[in-house]
Design a binder for this molecule. Structure first.
Ligand code: P1T
Length: 378
Protein backbone atom coordinates (compact mmCIF):
# COMPACT_ATOMS: atom_id res chain seq x y z
CA UNK A 1 0.00 0.00 0.00
CA UNK A 2 1.26 3.49 -0.83
CA UNK A 3 1.85 6.07 1.89
CA UNK A 4 -1.27 8.19 1.25
CA UNK A 5 -3.53 5.14 1.49
CA UNK A 6 -1.84 4.10 4.71
CA UNK A 7 -2.19 7.60 6.12
CA UNK A 8 -5.95 7.40 5.61
CA UNK A 9 -6.47 3.80 6.74
CA UNK A 10 -3.63 2.68 9.03
CA UNK A 11 -4.72 1.35 12.42
CA UNK A 12 -8.38 2.15 11.83
CA UNK A 13 -11.09 -0.48 11.42
CA UNK A 14 -14.85 -0.08 11.74
CA UNK A 15 -15.79 -0.31 15.42
CA UNK A 16 -16.70 -3.95 16.21
CA UNK A 17 -19.80 -3.04 18.26
CA UNK A 18 -21.45 -0.43 16.05
CA UNK A 19 -19.60 -0.37 12.74
CA UNK A 20 -18.62 3.27 13.35
CA UNK A 21 -16.17 4.09 10.56
CA UNK A 22 -14.18 6.52 12.70
CA UNK A 23 -12.53 5.07 15.79
CA UNK A 24 -14.73 6.18 18.73
CA UNK A 25 -13.27 8.18 21.60
CA UNK A 26 -13.35 5.54 24.33
CA UNK A 27 -13.56 8.07 27.14
CA UNK A 28 -13.22 5.57 29.96
CA UNK A 29 -10.59 4.91 32.58
CA UNK A 30 -11.67 1.33 33.27
CA UNK A 31 -13.50 -1.69 31.79
CA UNK A 32 -16.03 -4.10 33.27
CA UNK A 33 -14.85 -7.66 33.93
CA UNK A 34 -17.35 -10.55 34.02
CA UNK A 35 -15.30 -12.22 36.75
CA UNK A 36 -11.93 -11.16 38.25
CA UNK A 37 -9.37 -11.44 35.43
CA UNK A 38 -12.05 -12.17 32.79
CA UNK A 39 -12.21 -9.24 30.41
CA UNK A 40 -12.18 -8.30 26.73
CA UNK A 41 -8.50 -7.39 26.58
CA UNK A 42 -8.97 -4.06 28.34
CA UNK A 43 -8.53 -3.59 32.10
CA UNK A 44 -7.43 -0.01 32.74
CA UNK A 45 -6.78 2.87 30.35
CA UNK A 46 -3.19 3.59 31.40
CA UNK A 47 -2.41 0.10 30.13
CA UNK A 48 -4.70 -0.08 27.09
CA UNK A 49 -7.35 2.10 25.51
CA UNK A 50 -8.95 1.24 22.16
CA UNK A 51 -8.60 4.78 20.76
CA UNK A 52 -4.94 4.93 21.76
CA UNK A 53 -4.37 1.39 20.45
CA UNK A 54 -5.66 2.42 17.02
CA UNK A 55 -3.35 5.43 16.99
CA UNK A 56 -0.33 3.41 18.12
CA UNK A 57 -0.96 0.93 15.31
CA UNK A 58 -1.38 3.74 12.79
CA UNK A 59 1.88 5.47 13.71
CA UNK A 60 3.77 2.14 13.73
CA UNK A 61 2.42 1.30 10.29
CA UNK A 62 3.32 4.69 8.83
CA UNK A 63 6.89 4.32 10.14
CA UNK A 64 7.13 0.77 8.81
CA UNK A 65 7.57 -0.59 12.34
CA UNK A 66 5.91 -3.44 14.25
CA UNK A 67 5.10 -1.65 17.51
CA UNK A 68 3.92 1.87 18.30
CA UNK A 69 3.68 3.49 21.72
CA UNK A 70 2.14 6.88 22.43
CA UNK A 71 2.96 9.18 25.33
CA UNK A 72 1.56 12.35 26.82
CA UNK A 73 4.30 14.46 25.17
CA UNK A 74 7.36 14.09 22.98
CA UNK A 75 9.47 14.58 26.09
CA UNK A 76 7.62 11.77 27.89
CA UNK A 77 8.44 9.43 25.01
CA UNK A 78 12.17 10.27 25.22
CA UNK A 79 12.01 10.02 29.02
CA UNK A 80 10.51 6.54 28.79
CA UNK A 81 13.15 5.40 26.31
CA UNK A 82 15.96 6.64 28.58
CA UNK A 83 14.66 4.33 31.31
CA UNK A 84 15.82 1.37 29.23
CA UNK A 85 19.35 2.50 30.20
CA UNK A 86 21.20 2.05 33.49
CA UNK A 87 23.63 4.20 35.49
CA UNK A 88 27.07 4.09 33.88
CA UNK A 89 25.64 3.74 30.36
CA UNK A 90 26.74 6.30 27.79
CA UNK A 91 24.77 8.04 25.06
CA UNK A 92 26.16 9.77 21.99
CA UNK A 93 23.77 12.49 20.82
CA UNK A 94 23.65 15.11 18.06
CA UNK A 95 25.08 18.37 19.40
CA UNK A 96 22.23 20.29 17.75
CA UNK A 97 19.03 19.11 19.45
CA UNK A 98 15.67 20.44 20.56
CA UNK A 99 16.48 22.41 23.75
CA UNK A 100 14.10 20.29 25.83
CA UNK A 101 15.89 17.08 24.81
CA UNK A 102 19.24 18.63 25.72
CA UNK A 103 17.75 19.72 29.06
CA UNK A 104 16.33 16.24 29.80
CA UNK A 105 19.68 14.62 29.04
CA UNK A 106 21.91 17.07 30.92
CA UNK A 107 19.71 18.28 33.78
CA UNK A 108 17.77 15.10 34.54
CA UNK A 109 19.52 11.97 33.29
CA UNK A 110 23.09 13.02 34.10
CA UNK A 111 21.87 13.05 37.74
CA UNK A 112 20.89 9.41 37.32
CA UNK A 113 24.38 8.38 36.26
CA UNK A 114 24.07 8.43 32.48
CA UNK A 115 26.87 10.06 30.53
CA UNK A 116 26.18 12.05 27.37
CA UNK A 117 28.54 12.99 24.56
CA UNK A 118 27.24 15.70 22.23
CA UNK A 119 28.86 15.77 18.83
CA UNK A 120 28.41 17.18 15.36
CA UNK A 121 27.23 14.20 13.34
CA UNK A 122 27.91 15.47 9.82
CA UNK A 123 30.56 12.81 9.63
CA UNK A 124 29.85 9.36 11.08
CA UNK A 125 33.54 9.02 12.07
CA UNK A 126 33.06 11.71 14.75
CA UNK A 127 30.58 9.37 16.43
CA UNK A 128 32.76 6.27 15.94
CA UNK A 129 35.57 7.94 17.89
CA UNK A 130 33.35 8.31 20.99
CA UNK A 131 32.17 4.70 21.16
CA UNK A 132 33.43 2.67 24.11
CA UNK A 133 32.29 -0.41 26.00
CA UNK A 134 29.69 1.64 27.95
CA UNK A 135 28.01 3.16 24.88
CA UNK A 136 24.40 1.99 24.72
CA UNK A 137 22.54 4.51 22.59
CA UNK A 138 23.09 6.86 19.66
CA UNK A 139 20.49 9.63 19.61
CA UNK A 140 19.99 11.53 16.38
CA UNK A 141 17.78 14.34 15.16
CA UNK A 142 17.74 14.79 11.40
CA UNK A 143 17.01 17.44 10.24
CA UNK A 144 18.16 18.95 13.53
CA UNK A 145 16.28 21.59 15.46
CA UNK A 146 16.95 24.45 14.70
CA UNK A 147 20.07 24.36 12.46
CA UNK A 148 18.69 21.87 9.93
CA UNK A 149 21.80 19.68 10.01
CA UNK A 150 21.45 16.31 8.31
CA UNK A 151 22.74 13.02 9.69
CA UNK A 152 23.31 10.00 7.44
CA UNK A 153 20.86 7.52 8.99
CA UNK A 154 22.06 4.51 7.01
CA UNK A 155 25.73 5.06 7.86
CA UNK A 156 24.88 5.66 11.52
CA UNK A 157 22.72 2.53 11.55
CA UNK A 158 25.62 0.43 10.26
CA UNK A 159 27.96 1.89 12.87
CA UNK A 160 25.47 1.26 15.69
CA UNK A 161 24.80 -2.29 14.56
CA UNK A 162 28.48 -3.16 14.29
CA UNK A 163 28.91 -2.18 17.96
CA UNK A 164 25.56 -3.58 19.14
CA UNK A 165 24.38 -0.12 20.21
CA UNK A 166 20.76 1.05 20.11
CA UNK A 167 20.15 3.73 17.52
CA UNK A 168 17.24 6.16 17.87
CA UNK A 169 16.11 8.83 15.42
CA UNK A 170 13.89 11.75 16.41
CA UNK A 171 11.87 11.93 13.19
CA UNK A 172 9.77 14.93 14.25
CA UNK A 173 10.95 17.34 11.55
CA UNK A 174 10.80 14.87 8.66
CA UNK A 175 7.78 12.64 9.53
CA UNK A 176 7.44 9.20 7.95
CA UNK A 177 6.15 10.90 4.79
CA UNK A 178 9.64 12.25 4.12
CA UNK A 179 11.89 9.66 5.76
CA UNK A 180 11.55 6.27 7.41
CA UNK A 181 14.51 5.65 9.71
CA UNK A 182 13.66 2.04 10.64
CA UNK A 183 14.09 0.98 7.02
CA UNK A 184 17.47 2.74 7.01
CA UNK A 185 18.78 0.90 10.07
CA UNK A 186 17.41 2.72 13.13
CA UNK A 187 16.10 0.64 16.06
CA UNK A 188 13.80 3.31 17.44
CA UNK A 189 11.88 6.19 15.89
CA UNK A 190 10.69 8.95 18.17
CA UNK A 191 8.15 11.69 17.43
CA UNK A 192 6.91 14.80 18.99
CA UNK A 193 3.42 13.95 17.71
CA UNK A 194 2.52 17.50 18.78
CA UNK A 195 4.04 18.62 15.47
CA UNK A 196 3.35 17.31 11.96
CA UNK A 197 1.66 14.03 12.96
CA UNK A 198 -1.03 15.87 14.92
CA UNK A 199 -0.70 18.68 12.43
CA UNK A 200 -3.17 21.19 13.86
CA UNK A 201 -1.44 22.61 16.98
CA UNK A 202 -4.17 21.28 19.23
CA UNK A 203 -2.50 18.31 20.93
CA UNK A 204 0.71 17.65 22.89
CA UNK A 205 1.82 14.03 22.41
CA UNK A 206 4.82 11.81 21.76
CA UNK A 207 5.47 8.41 20.20
CA UNK A 208 8.06 5.67 19.89
CA UNK A 209 8.09 3.06 17.14
CA UNK A 210 10.22 -0.09 17.21
CA UNK A 211 10.28 -3.47 15.47
CA UNK A 212 12.31 -5.57 17.90
CA UNK A 213 10.06 -7.78 20.06
CA UNK A 214 12.19 -7.59 23.23
CA UNK A 215 12.70 -3.85 23.04
CA UNK A 216 8.97 -3.40 22.46
CA UNK A 217 8.18 -5.52 25.52
CA UNK A 218 10.51 -3.38 27.67
CA UNK A 219 8.98 -0.17 26.36
CA UNK A 220 5.37 -1.30 26.86
CA UNK A 221 6.34 -2.30 30.40
CA UNK A 222 7.83 1.18 30.99
CA UNK A 223 4.88 2.93 29.32
CA UNK A 224 2.49 1.22 31.69
CA UNK A 225 4.76 1.38 34.76
CA UNK A 226 5.69 5.04 34.42
CA UNK A 227 2.29 6.04 33.08
CA UNK A 228 2.84 9.07 30.83
CA UNK A 229 0.10 7.99 28.43
CA UNK A 230 -2.14 10.23 26.34
CA UNK A 231 -5.92 10.31 26.75
CA UNK A 232 -8.47 9.05 24.22
CA UNK A 233 -9.60 12.52 23.15
CA UNK A 234 -6.08 13.49 22.10
CA UNK A 235 -5.56 10.10 20.47
CA UNK A 236 -8.67 10.70 18.39
CA UNK A 237 -7.48 14.15 17.29
CA UNK A 238 -4.16 12.71 16.12
CA UNK A 239 -5.90 9.83 14.31
CA UNK A 240 -7.85 12.49 12.46
CA UNK A 241 -4.73 14.55 11.77
CA UNK A 242 -2.83 11.58 10.36
CA UNK A 243 -5.38 11.10 7.59
CA UNK A 244 -4.08 14.20 5.82
CA UNK A 245 -0.39 13.83 6.71
CA UNK A 246 0.65 13.18 3.09
CA UNK A 247 -1.40 16.11 1.78
CA UNK A 248 -0.16 18.49 4.45
CA UNK A 249 3.48 17.45 4.10
CA UNK A 250 3.36 17.95 0.34
CA UNK A 251 2.02 21.47 0.88
CA UNK A 252 4.56 22.21 3.66
CA UNK A 253 7.38 21.12 1.34
CA UNK A 254 6.10 23.13 -1.63
CA UNK A 255 5.69 26.30 0.43
CA UNK A 256 8.97 25.65 2.26
CA UNK A 257 10.90 25.47 -1.00
CA UNK A 258 9.48 28.76 -2.29
CA UNK A 259 10.19 30.55 0.98
CA UNK A 260 13.72 29.14 1.35
CA UNK A 261 14.55 30.36 -2.15
CA UNK A 262 12.90 33.73 -1.54
CA UNK A 263 14.93 34.23 1.64
CA UNK A 264 18.18 33.11 -0.01
CA UNK A 265 17.72 35.82 -2.66
CA UNK A 266 16.68 38.61 -0.30
CA UNK A 267 19.28 41.32 0.30
CA UNK A 268 18.35 41.74 3.97
CA UNK A 269 18.92 38.05 4.70
CA UNK A 270 22.31 36.79 5.74
CA UNK A 271 22.19 32.98 6.14
CA UNK A 272 19.43 30.51 5.33
CA UNK A 273 19.46 26.96 6.73
CA UNK A 274 17.42 24.48 4.69
CA UNK A 275 18.59 21.04 3.51
CA UNK A 276 17.15 21.50 0.01
CA UNK A 277 19.94 23.88 -1.04
CA UNK A 278 22.69 22.15 -3.00
CA UNK A 279 25.10 24.23 -0.90
CA UNK A 280 23.85 22.60 2.34
CA UNK A 281 26.81 20.57 3.72
CA UNK A 282 24.85 17.30 3.73
CA UNK A 283 22.42 18.02 0.88
CA UNK A 284 23.34 14.77 -0.89
CA UNK A 285 22.49 12.72 2.19
CA UNK A 286 19.21 14.62 2.61
CA UNK A 287 18.35 14.03 -1.05
CA UNK A 288 19.06 10.33 -0.62
CA UNK A 289 17.19 9.67 2.61
CA UNK A 290 14.33 12.18 2.34
CA UNK A 291 11.56 12.40 -0.22
CA UNK A 292 11.59 16.21 -0.08
CA UNK A 293 13.08 18.81 2.26
CA UNK A 294 10.23 19.85 4.55
CA UNK A 295 8.81 23.10 5.75
CA UNK A 296 11.30 24.04 8.47
CA UNK A 297 13.72 26.88 7.67
CA UNK A 298 16.05 28.88 9.90
CA UNK A 299 17.65 32.15 8.86
CA UNK A 300 19.49 35.22 10.07
CA UNK A 301 19.03 38.75 8.83
CA UNK A 302 21.78 41.32 8.40
CA UNK A 303 21.20 43.16 11.65
CA UNK A 304 20.85 42.89 15.39
CA UNK A 305 18.71 40.76 17.66
CA UNK A 306 16.37 43.75 17.98
CA UNK A 307 16.06 43.88 14.17
CA UNK A 308 15.13 40.19 14.19
CA UNK A 309 12.49 40.88 16.86
CA UNK A 310 11.12 43.76 14.78
CA UNK A 311 10.73 41.49 11.76
CA UNK A 312 8.95 38.88 13.88
CA UNK A 313 6.65 41.47 15.48
CA UNK A 314 5.66 42.77 12.03
CA UNK A 315 4.44 39.38 10.80
CA UNK A 316 0.70 39.21 10.24
CA UNK A 317 0.32 35.64 8.99
CA UNK A 318 3.28 33.98 10.75
CA UNK A 319 2.52 33.79 14.49
CA UNK A 320 5.31 34.17 17.05
CA UNK A 321 5.06 30.90 18.96
CA UNK A 322 7.00 27.85 20.07
CA UNK A 323 6.21 24.59 18.27
CA UNK A 324 6.00 23.71 14.60
CA UNK A 325 4.36 21.37 12.14
CA UNK A 326 0.81 22.72 12.31
CA UNK A 327 -1.13 23.89 9.27
CA UNK A 328 -0.53 27.50 10.31
CA UNK A 329 2.84 29.23 9.83
CA UNK A 330 4.80 29.98 12.99
CA UNK A 331 8.02 31.81 13.72
CA UNK A 332 10.25 31.12 16.69
CA UNK A 333 13.27 32.80 18.24
CA UNK A 334 15.38 29.80 19.40
CA UNK A 335 17.60 31.81 21.79
CA UNK A 336 14.74 33.01 23.97
CA UNK A 337 12.18 30.32 23.23
CA UNK A 338 12.87 26.69 22.22
CA UNK A 339 16.62 26.66 22.92
CA UNK A 340 16.83 28.91 25.99
CA UNK A 341 17.93 25.86 28.02
CA UNK A 342 21.03 25.38 25.84
CA UNK A 343 23.92 27.39 27.38
CA UNK A 344 24.76 30.59 25.45
CA UNK A 345 28.34 29.52 24.68
CA UNK A 346 27.09 26.21 23.29
CA UNK A 347 24.43 27.97 21.19
CA UNK A 348 27.14 30.16 19.72
CA UNK A 349 29.24 27.15 18.66
CA UNK A 350 26.18 25.55 17.04
CA UNK A 351 25.34 28.70 15.08
CA UNK A 352 22.20 29.45 17.10
CA UNK A 353 22.88 33.16 16.96
CA UNK A 354 20.76 35.63 18.89
CA UNK A 355 19.29 36.96 15.64
CA UNK A 356 18.42 33.49 14.28
CA UNK A 357 14.74 33.07 13.38
CA UNK A 358 13.14 29.66 12.78
CA UNK A 359 10.09 29.34 10.53
CA UNK A 360 7.59 26.53 10.49
CA UNK A 361 6.06 27.11 7.08
CA UNK A 362 2.38 26.25 7.08
CA UNK A 363 0.00 25.30 4.28
CA UNK A 364 -1.55 28.73 3.68
CA UNK A 365 -1.56 30.24 0.17
CA UNK A 366 2.04 30.87 -0.72
CA UNK A 367 1.30 34.36 -2.07
CA UNK A 368 0.09 35.44 1.39
CA UNK A 369 3.16 33.98 3.09
CA UNK A 370 5.49 35.73 0.65
CA UNK A 371 3.61 39.01 1.04
CA UNK A 372 3.90 38.68 4.82
CA UNK A 373 7.66 38.12 4.63
CA UNK A 374 8.02 40.98 2.15
CA UNK A 375 6.18 43.50 4.33
CA UNK A 376 7.99 42.36 7.48
CA UNK A 377 11.46 42.50 5.93
CA UNK A 378 11.02 45.75 4.06
O1 P1T B 1 6.97 19.30 22.96
P1 P1T B 1 6.97 17.81 22.99
O2 P1T B 1 5.80 17.18 22.32
O3 P1T B 1 7.21 17.27 24.36
O4 P1T B 1 8.21 17.33 22.07
C1 P1T B 1 9.54 17.62 22.37
C2 P1T B 1 10.35 17.68 21.11
C3 P1T B 1 11.15 16.60 20.76
N1 P1T B 1 11.87 16.59 19.63
C4 P1T B 1 11.86 17.63 18.77
C5 P1T B 1 12.68 17.59 17.53
C6 P1T B 1 11.07 18.75 19.06
O5 P1T B 1 11.07 19.77 18.18
C7 P1T B 1 10.31 18.79 20.26
C8 P1T B 1 9.50 19.98 20.63
N2 P1T B 1 9.85 21.14 19.95
C9 P1T B 1 9.30 22.37 20.10
C10 P1T B 1 8.32 22.64 20.97
C11 P1T B 1 9.85 23.41 19.22
O6 P1T B 1 9.22 24.48 19.03
O7 P1T B 1 10.92 23.19 18.67
Amino acid sequence: MKFGTKAVHAGVHPDPTTGAVMTPIYQTSTYAQSSPGKHKGYEYSRTHNPTRDALQKAIAELEGGKYGLCFSSGMASIDTLMKVLKPGDEVIASDDLYGGTYRLFTKVYENFGLKFHFVNMHKTESVAKLINSNTRLIWVETPTNPMMNIVDIQAMGKLAKSHNILFAVDNTFATPYLQQPLALGADIVMHSVTKYLGGHSDVVMGALVVSDDQLAEKLYFLQNSCGATPGPQDSFLVLRGLKTLHLRMKAHCENGRVIAEYLANHKKIDKVYWPGFSSHPNHDVAARQMKDFGGMISFTIHGTTQDAFTVMERFKVFTIAESLGGVESLCNHPTTMTHASVPAEKRKILGIEDHLIRLSVGVEDISDLLADLEQALN
